[in-house]
Design a protein around this ligand. Structure first.
Ligand code: TRP
Length: 431
């Protein structure tokens, strides 16, 4: 990579839910800031193939795809500056998934967290380990590796739960490169320690699965109500309140400036009532979200526009994915048969290919060997030897690239010159 080559960042979001404030603070907002850094190239995609692993409701997958796409655009993603696309619009991704599947150890996938968690849960419940475990869940890391490797991404900003998957993508890329040549770029996970982990209304990490979340674009009144529901302690108005361990305070901090946060801490110490604190939090969040919410609402009302944006993004993404996939197919041997060297070009072929030896015994009781090129075309044929040891000695000598004394025992195939054979053997000796 030359020093001026841009660093490629890639982020995917699984399309199974409605974005909440935790997703905004932890993923959307930092990603938008990151996309504006000079010297970077940014890929954002809707991981709808991943959605099928955990969701079998077609309407929900479709709705979530629309909502997450509209969210990206509403929060400021500029589809002209970045690559913004839907995973299932890139047929090269499942194609690459298969190539990677064929070199991924089953044992490696056995250790993947998401799959292992399901198995452990089954075992703990005294069930068969495979209950409700689909092959899709098992293969999840390979599909994710294809997402990443397809676009030669360098850095993958993820939460801690996804680090292992990025490491697997790296290992898989290494295996591929080892087998087929250096074609895949090794990715790295990037964890941003400065990104806030937002608590939910019950104080645990905000998450759909805890049902403690606040939808990012909840209408104002619903937002106010949900904020009013944030769990606090029972200190009365006038009593000083602790900021430490207060979900309300932590959420405020994720939206406010350093100064505003310091002011809020002072108000806590001075005994602000929980009702007033909640009102201030509501106003602070709404101040940031309300312009985004307006954009979101007009975007979501025009699904055809979003569809067109995604299609254009896919076209841009495929402009690199399609030729790259062609290269990868070629590397593993999925090749045009017509491009194989024609038999008439034996001379040339002998130069390029590494020859090999085939020893055998004929009906006359003598031991022979043949020299064939990499494509299996005959280069030379030996005369008969009295013993396999004699034939073996001649083969061993030829493998060292030395023809001396053996010229008479070798009969060159049609179209093969002595120079071509010498060269082929020299290649073998070097290899
Ligand atoms: N597995 C990720 C998640 O659920 C989503 C995802 C799919 C992804 N493919 C990816 C993230 C590639 C980063 C890179 O959060």
């Amino acid at each position: 990579m030359s020093p001026t080559a841009p660093i490629r960042f890639l982020t995917g979001i699984t399309t199974t839910g409605t974005p909440h404030l935790g997703n905004y603070v932890g993923a959307f907002r930092p990603a938008i800031e990151a996309s504006r850094r000079p010297g970077t190239e940014n890929f954002y995609f809707l991981a709808d193939y991943h959605a099928l692993i955990k969701c079998d409701e077609p309407a929900r997958v479709q709705r979530s795809t629309l909502e997450i796409a509209a969210t990206w655009l509403a929060v400021g993603l500029d589809p002209e500056r970045v690559l913004f696309y839907r995973q299932s619009d890139i047929p090269e991704i499942p194609e690459l998934t298969w190539l990677l599947t064929c070199l991924t150890g089953k044992g490696v996938l056995n250790r993947a967290h998401a799959y292992k968690a399901s198995v452990d849960k089954n075992l703990a419940a005294g069930n068969d380990p495979d209950v409700d475990v689909t092959a899709g869940l098992f293969m999840y890391p390979v599909l994710m590796a294809a997402d990443i490797l397809m676009f030669k991404a360098h850095k993958i900003p993820v939460g801690r739960d996804q680090v292992q998957h990025v490491e697997m993508a790296r290992d898989i890329a290494n295996s591929f490169n080892h087998l087929y040549g250096d074609l895949l770029v090794l990715p790295e996970a990037q964890i941003d320690e400065t990104v806030a982990l937002l608590p939910g209304v019950d104080g645990r990490k905000m998450s759909k699965s805890y049902d403690n979340h606040i939808p990012l674009f909840a209408p104002r009144e619903q937002l106010r109500k949900l904020i009013a529901g944030i769990v606090t302690d029972s200190r009365a108005p006038g009593e000083p309140k602790a900021t430490e361990g207060s979900a309300l305070f932590q959420i405020y901090e994720a939206f406010a400036s350093v100064d505003e946060t310091a002011q809020f801490a002072k108000a806590f110490a001075a005994g602000i009532s929980w009702a007033d604190a909640k009102q201030q939090l509501f106003e602070r969040i709404d101040q940031e979200i309300s312009p985004l919410r307006e954009r979101y609402e007009s975007l979501i009302a025009d699904p055809a526009l979003i569809e067109a944006t995604l299609r254009r993004g896919a076209e841009k993404a495929r402009a690199t994915a399609t030729p790259y996939m062609r290269q990868l197919r070629e590397a593993v041997g999925l090749r045009s048969l017509a491009s194989q060297a024609a038999p008439a070009k034996k001379d040339k072929q002998a130069k390029a290919a590494l020859p090999s030896f085939k020893q055998y015994r004929e009906a006359d009781g003598l031991h022979y060997f043949k020299v064939v090129d990499a494509g299996g075309t005959l280069l030379a044929q030996s005369t008969g030897f009295g013993s396999p040891q004699d034939a073996g000695r001649a083969v061993a000598q030829l493998k060292q690239g030395r023809l001396d004394g053996l010229q008479d025992t070798l009969q060159l195939a049609d179209g093969v010159t002595p120079a071509a054979l010498t060269q082929a053997l020299a290649l073998l000796a070097q290899a």
